[in-house]
Design a protein around this ligand. Structure first.
Ligand SMILES: O=C(O)C[C@H](O)C(=O)O
Length: 465
């Protein structure tokens, strides 16, 4: 491995010769060999590229950065956004809790890459850009990292999570309409209950997801607030007048999302309640999706010894030893995702509770967990939609068999003969293995004609919507 010598305020550091990063990145690389997983998410690096470019533009507009330096920073940021420099960001989330080393990683790469783009050599001659003085101008890690975190989180939620959940919700809604008249038995406490339709049951799932999407959208206003301009402790030291508003305007322009400057920078640096709040909504979605996937796998259980009221796509051989077995694998993947998201919520809550005075120093772990949840929910909903939900079909024979056998149809007799006599009919039929009608007539409480007129599953399902 060939090295070059880079310097920072602590002295000299050997850096791989072919890399753009500098001394502080290399120190972090050597000091935090904590793994094996935990790379700084690519979306955070992208968030930094947007904000560094925006800072350069705002600084120039406000007279503290030359047009040449602005353009040099902007050019490298655009390059970062293409993914061409991905290999230049080697750090992990298990580093300083402010994300300073990732901020410096971005500053160093921008400065050194600009040097090369200008025809120079890294570390030689007059630098085109200085990492701390130019690229980091009017900034601190304490306001850049949370800004990058909000940009990444907002984009992930709007571009990945919400579209994925909406797709699954729309399928469940369409299935609900299609099967609105299919009367099936209901279950409460996992025990037989009165009937409802398959459409009603699926419509409940679709409504859960609609509320989940709404909950996520409700958190976007807080997530759209950016800390940038607060610098070290929220006071905005070393920034030109009007910088915070202007820099947020540039970020909104470059990302296409409605970011604004945070009205209270102290809150934006010292707490990450916006992340806690938005992840709370992601947790709500995970809770809903877990219930939905569990119901679907139980309704599809069998094929001979389970409930088997619905059929779901048979996608892969399920077993290495049991020939012909097929398993509800999409439900399993989705519920595992839910477990991960609920776990991430605990890490985020713990991190969010740790703001000490002017700074929360759990930023990287909160960001990484949030982004993992946002991506997982979006991707898992698409997978579940395409490989399971779209293929849900009623198993009409089984549904009818279970409705016909149900003892809880007796509930329709409550208003005709009273709860106690109806209970006696159900209990006797259960004990004797007979039908409700046989026992109702045998006990002398109902005529066969009245039974047929009164006990009609299709009249027991309320309004169909
Ligand atoms: O890196 C910075 O800009 C500040 C650092 O996180 C600190 O507060 O010590």
């Amino acid at each position: 491995m060939e090295y070059r010598i880079e310097k920072d305020t602590m002295g000299e550091v050997k850096v791989p010769a072919d890399k753009y990063w500098g001394a502080q990145t290399e120190r972090s690389r050597n000091n935090f060999k904590i793994g094996p997983s935990g790379s700084m998410p690519k979306e955070i690096v992208e968030g930094f590229a947007y904000l560094k470019k925006a800072a350069a533009y705002a600084n120039h507009d406000l007279g503290v950065l030359s047009a040449e330096k602005r353009d040099a920073i902007g050019q490298v940021c655009d390059e970062i956004l293409t993914g061409a420099l991905d290999a230049e960001f080697p750090l992990v989330i298990w580093q300083t809790g402010s994300g300073t080393q990732s901020n410096m990683n971005v500053n160093e790469v921008i400065a050194n890459r600009a040097q090369v783009l200008a025809g120079g050599k890294i570390g030689e001659g007059e630098p085109v850009l200085k990492a701390n003085d130019d690229v980091n101008k009017s900034q601190s890690s304490n306001d850049t990292y949370p800004t990058g975190m909000h940009i990444a989180a907002y984009k992930a939620v709007v571009e990945v999570t919400i579209p994925g959940v909406e797709k699954l919700r729309d399928t469940l809604k369409a299935k609900s309409v299609e099967y609105m008249n299919v009367v099936k038995i209901g279950r409460t406490h996992l025990m037989d209950a009165t009937p409802l339709t398959l459409g009603q049951e699926l419509g409940g799932y679709a409504a859960q997801l609609t509320y989940g999407i709404k909950a996520v959208k409700n958190t976007l206003a807080h997530l759209s607030e950016l800390a940038l301009g607060g610098t070290a402790v929220g006071t905005g030291l070393n920034t030109p007048e009007g910088y915070d508003v202007k820099v947020a305007e540039y970020i909104a322009k470059f990302t296409g999302h409605p970011f604004i400057t945070a009205p209270n920078k102290f809150e934006a640096l010292a707490s990450h309640d916006a992340i806690v709040e938005a992840h709370g909504a992601l947790k709500q979605l995970a809770v809903s999706l877990n219930k939905i996937a569990n119901d679907i796998r139980m309704l599809a259980s069998g094929p001979r010894s389970g409930i088997g009221e619905i059929l779901i796509p048979e996608n892969e051989p399920g077993s290495s030893i049991m020939p012909g077995k097929v398993n509800p694998t999409q439900c399993e993947a989705l519920t595992m995702v839910c477990a991960q998201v609920i776990g991430n919520d605990v890490a985020i809550a713990f991190g969010g509770a740790q703001g000490h005075y002017e700074l929360n120093v759990f930023k990287p772990v909160m960001a990484a967990n949030f982004l993992q949840s946002a991506r997982l929910i979006g991707d898992a909903c698409i997978s579940f939609d395409e490989h399971c939900a779209q293929g849900i079909e009623p198993n009409y024979t089984r549904i009818k068999e279970l409705v016909d056998n149900s003892l809880m149809l007796v509930t329709a007799l409550n208003t005709k003969i009273g709860y106690y006599k109806a209970a006696e009919i159900a209990q006797t039929a259960h004990k004797n293995g007979t039908t409700l009608k046989e026992e109702a007539v045998h006990l002398g409480y109902v005529t066969p004609e009245d039974f047929d007129a009164w006990v009609k599953p299709e009249d027991m399902v309320g309004s169909l919507k």
